[in-house]
Design a binder for this molecule. Structure first.
Ligand code: 8YV
Length: 309
């Protein structure tokens, strides 16, 4: 029986890579020469949420039928374009919700309590020489969540313990939390603005200079969604000019590149897109990628297809 040709476009865990190799011929990011010979063999792409699948590549694979994303975000795949070519796109919803929400809370506390600076203070032998400047209290802060989907709700559930939570989004949800019609109004009523909305043309630069100004000099921004949702140049300017107090960011506009002013600032907390990066969650994500791939290879209904828009 012919082994399927699977194109892997992003690095995966060694277990997932081994499982892919057990199911077919796996090719990594393809060269022109490889495509000239094998483009028609490829039936499935497996990729990461931050990498997706470029349209130009999808167009060159006439027999492609599945794009399986190892992640929940699908902003780097043109789902409508794929559907028009008979390609189903799947993602890994649900299994990473807790991790992303946990990290959001960690970023809030880490930024407000200056955990990184405190750790450095001890390691650098500064403790005997003096105390750190005082940090800022977390309990009692007002939290604003941009995007009350699965992840936004999990963040809200956790942060309710610390202080009042409000939200904005495309639609008002059936939840017992104050709704704001837009991000600027939410920012004006929040000390911590947390971005948990999925990236799309509609949400690109949703957090702009106006929203940051509304957040104000005591406010901080936390982003665990996608860098594209924030106007990064406006964010750099807002931090530099102390228009906002700080930012804790797990995602950036042009990963893995981080604007130097964000790196140089002592009012930022920066992590390299690790929100789902735990052993447990990456194993659960890999299992869901494989469930989708196996269903596809066996001709069964796919467990987590993304409905075309
Ligand atoms: C992953 C993510 O880091 O789920 C997402 O959308 O961004 C992250 O969980 C990414 O998909 C890498 O595989």
């Amino acid at each position: 029986m012919n082994r399927p040709t699977i194109l892997q476009l992003a690095p995966m865990s060694s277990d997932l890579e081994a499982a892919l190799a057990a199911r077919g011929e796996v090719a990594r990011t393809p060269s022109e020469a490889w495509l000239a010979e094998h483009a028609a063999d490829v039936t499935a792409i497996v990729t990461g949420g931050g990498t997706g699948a470029p349209r130009e590549l999808v167009e060159r694979l006439p027999n492609l039928r599945l794009i399986a994303i190892n992640g929940v975000g699908y902003d780097k795949v043109d789902v409508a374009h794929a559907a028009a070519r008979g390609v189903t796109v799947t993602n890994t919803p649900g299994v990473l919700t807790d991790d992303v929400a946990d990290l959001a809370v960690g970023l809030v506390i880490g930024l407000q309590r200056n955990l990184v600076g405190a750790d450095r203070h001890v390691r650098d032998g500064q403790w005997p020489k003096g105390e750190l400047p005082l940090a800022r209290k977390v309990t009692g802060l007002r939290f604003g969540i941009v995007g009350l989907g699965r992840i936004g709700r999990a963040i809200a559930d956790r942060l309710k313990v610390f202080g009042p939570v409000a939200y904005t989004g495309r639609t008002k949800k059936d939840v017992d939390l104050p709704f704001h019609p837009d991000a600027a109004s939410l920012a004006a009523a929040s000390d911590v603005l947390i971005v948990a909305v999925s990236a799309s043309a509609e949400t690109r630069h949703l957090i702009d200079a106006v929203v940051l100004k509304a957040l104000g000099p005591g406010g901080v921004l936390v982003n665990v969604a996608r860098g594209s949702v924030v106007d990064e140049a406006a964010l750099v300017a807002a931090i530099d000019s102390r228009q906002i107090a700080g930012a804790a960011l797990d995602v950036f506009a042009d990963e893995p590149h981080v604007p130097q002013p964000l790196v140089d600032s002592n009012r930022t907390l920066l992590t390299p897109h690790i929100a789902s990066a735990t052993v447990e969650t990456r194993a659960a994500m890999a299992a869901l990628v494989l469930d989708n791939l196996d269903a596809f290879l066996a001709g069964r209904p796919l467990p987590t297809p993304i409905p075309p828009p």
